[in-house]
Ligand binder design. Structure first.
Ligand code: SAH
Ligand code: SF4
Ligand code: F3S
Length: 453
């Protein structure tokens, strides 16, 4: 039986897309492997959001393609966002590469790879191939969002991602995603509910809804009884017996209405965590970023949600060193971090992206200043996050037990409703169950706990 390996970079959307592609290989009789030497098909699902992510994928593929003892017939492919943005120029970078597929072509990946592999196996290739097949499929397809099905997370998983929409219609001046993922379009609610029910039947307890601006889901639909389509979707998912936890990522202040704030008061399955990107605490920078709202609106939404759900954990994304960012702008970002007391923040140094307006703005910030701000803000974020985690020691939390801890395979690991990882030190629990635990210790971002018997 041939085997396939997919390496995934980037966001949860890529992780979900990888699962979809793997499920098609499984259905075609392939084994899934983690071993590069075993694999007959090796794919990298790529991210373009920052230059580093692209360089990582290019470097990895370069190494894979030049392994001296690899099986000569291996099919090598790039999928995802970098494929979409760089398309067939990737063959110039890596001549041995066979296949490049874009973000609207996931459903064709299996067919293209399998056909090529079968051809090669039939030819009894023994010599290393120098130049790959150079097959490129990056066209956008209408109605593509309805092809997002056949979704099979690795069996035994009690958590799953569900894409509820594709693409992004915003034009944040730094961001490549609208050009890699295409226009925003939502899946029919019924398809999503059917998929969620199937996942629950297979043992899934927690679903994370995915979209670039997830709260804009179904925005062309009417508001009914004060509730927009996204909140109606949350309510419908909430009705599913056996589904215990609902998460979503990422929301955006645009289109974030009171109905979503209120949802935290009457939907107990909605987890007490929101990843809510702030990007900057300076209105001047937000304007240059083409994010059409003031920081105060963002801060107010955080505070309103905390009022609706007092134990809500808020995490965020912040860009430092956006073109023109002054020390004063930076200090405003830092002040916003202090005000909201985030549970965690991902800090990114601005990375100029191809064909985006910010890449050609004047006053690009030098690497040294970006690094200084990154370092300074990270210290601030870590101090706040550690204090918030420390405050949980001694409390009771409920965790969904997900499986062995990555760092310590002898221990089980779960996550709290606030999305904090917890390693079980004492007491017994079964994977896939939700159990109460007492938090006994905290080291930075990891909590340790005993199961309450
Ligand atoms: N759709 C999501 C964000 C997706 S990209 C949203 O709008 O909330 C994930 C994060 O990458 C962004 O929140 C942003 O902080 C960061 N990012 C995007 N483009 C970037 C760039 N050019 N340089 C640095 N960070 C970037
Ligand atoms: Fe990028 Fe902005 Fe769209 Fe998010 S909302 S994906 S940051 S353009
Ligand atoms: Fe990266 Fe594409 Fe996600 S650029 S962040 S993998 S949408």
């Amino acid at each position: 039986m041939p085997s396939v390996l997919i390496k995934t970079y980037g966001c949860q959307m890529n992780e979900r897309d990888t699962e979809q592609v793997l499920s098609m290989f499984l259905a075609g009789g392939y084994d899934i492997t983690k071993n590069e030497d075993d694999a007959d098909v090796i794919l990298i699902n790529t991210c373009s959001v920052r230059e580093k992510a692209e360089l990582k994928a290019l470097g990895k593929m370069g190494l894979l393609c030049s392994r001296p003892n690899a099986k000569p017939w291996v099919v090598y492919g790039f999928m995802g966002c970098m494929s979409q943005s760089r398309s067939n120029t990737l063959f110039r970078d890596i001549a041995r590469l066979d296949i490049v597929t874009g973000t609207h072509q996931y459903h064709n990946v299996y067919k293209l790879c399998n056909r090529l592999l079968r051809n090669r196996l039939a030819q009894n290739i023994t010599e290393p191939i120098k130049r790959g097949a150079h097959i490129c499929a990056v066209a956008h397809e209408d109605g593509f969002q309805n092809a997002i099905k056949d979704h099979l997370p690795p069996s035994g998983n009690c958590t799953a991602f569900v894409s509820i929409m594709q693409g992004c219609d915003m034009k944040c001046s730094y961001c490549i995603v609208p050009s890699t993922r295409g226009e925003e379009c939502s899946r029919p609610m019924n398809d999503i509910l059917i998929e969620a029910r199937e996942l629950v039947e297979r043992g899934v307890k927690e679903i994370t809804l995915l979209g670039q601006i997830v709260n804009r889901y179904g925005r062309e639909e009417p508001i009914i009884n004060g509730r927009g389509a996204f909140v109606r979707l949350l309510e419908a998912l909430h009705e599913i017996d056996g589904l215990e936890r609902i998460r979503f990522t990422s929301p955006h202040p645009i289109g974030f209405r009171q109905d979503l704030v209120n949802a935290y008061t009457y939907l107990p399955k909605l987890c007490s965590h929101i990843h809510f990107p702030m990007q900057s605490g300076s209105d001047r920078i937000l304007k240059l970023m083409l994010r059409p709202y003031k920081n105060e609106k963002y801060l107010k939404l955080c505070e309103d949600m905390r009022e609706a759900r007092p134990d809500l954990a808020i995490t965020t994304d912040i860009i430092v060193g956006f073109p023109g960012e002054t020390h004063e702008d930076y200090l405003q970002t830092k002040a916003a971090v202090e005000r909201i007391q985030f549970d965690n923040a991902f800090i990114f140094q601005y990375s100029p992206r191809k064909d985006t307006p910010a890449a050609v703005m004047e006053n690009q910030i030098c690497l040294r200043v970006k690094e200084e701000r990154n370092h300074d803000l990270l210290e601030c974020v870590n101090r706040i996050a550690t204090a918030r985690n420390q405050a949980l020691v001694g409390t009771t939390q409920t965790i969904l037990v997900e499986g062995p801890s990555k760092n310590n395979p002898n221990r089980l690991q779960g996550r709290t409703s606030q999305n904090k990882p917890v390693i079980i030190e004492g007491g017994s629990a079964q994977v896939g169950t939700i159990v109460p635990v007492t938090i006994t210790e905290c080291t930075g971002f990891t909590l340790y706990a005993n199961v309450q018997q």
